[in-house]
Structure formats: C-alpha cells, structure tokens
Design a protein around this ligand. Structure first.
Ligand code: ZN
Length: 105
C-alpha cells in the first residue's frame, strides 16, 4: 500500500475460464498497461486490495514503467482462488483500446 493517493479506478475485470475438467484459470494482461513491456519477460508485481462492500481489486504493475500509469487495476469478480494464472492479452484487447476511458462498474 503506497502512502500517496492512488487512482484505483478499475480498467475492467480479471478474466477467468474453466478448462475441460472444470478447474478455474485466471488470466492477467501479458503486456503492461503502457504497452511497452511483455510481463512474461520483464516480470510484474501484483497486489490484492480488499474493498469493503465491493469487489476486491488486483493491481498489476510493470517493473519498468513509472507508477501509477503502468498499473492495471482489475476487478476480481470471483471469490475462488484460481488453479492457475496465466498472462494473455487476447482477453484484454477490448480494455486496451479504451484504456483512457474509466470502467463503469
Ligand atoms: Zn511497462
């Protein structure tokens, strides 16, 4: 938790899917929010933020870009812990094209 005020306006929801044997998989963006870095190469940090009365958030930060602009702020709609988490941009293409618009929850 940083001391300074951080914009936690969500950009969208964390994407999930079930595989053929009904295991829950979570998907996070593969490219940093500023578009310059492949997080499977440079790494990333993530933080869970609990919000009383609302869905929790997950904040994914790129280690190479300048906070807070690098951070994906995503709503965690599932309370289950996923079996596996992967990084894949294809499920986030819609969010990236409207990255400057606030997400309406
Ligand atoms: Zn970056």
């Amino acid at each position: 938790m940083g001391g300074s005020a951080r914009d936690l306006t969500p950009h969208g929801e964390v994407q999930f899917y079930y595989d053929g044997i009904q295991r829950l998989h979570g998907v996070l963006p593969r490219t940093c929010r500023l578009g310059g870095h492949d997080l499977t190469v440079v790494g990333y940090t993530h933080e869970f933020i609990d919000r009383p009365g609302a869905h929790s958030l997950i904040v994914v930060c790129c280690p190479c870009c300048t906070p807070p602009d690098d951070a994906w702020v995503l709503i965690l709609v599932k309370s289950q812990r996923p079996y596996h988490v992967e990084l894949d941009d294809s499920r986030y293409e819609k969010l990236r094209t409207r990255v400057s618009e606030p997400f309406v929850e």
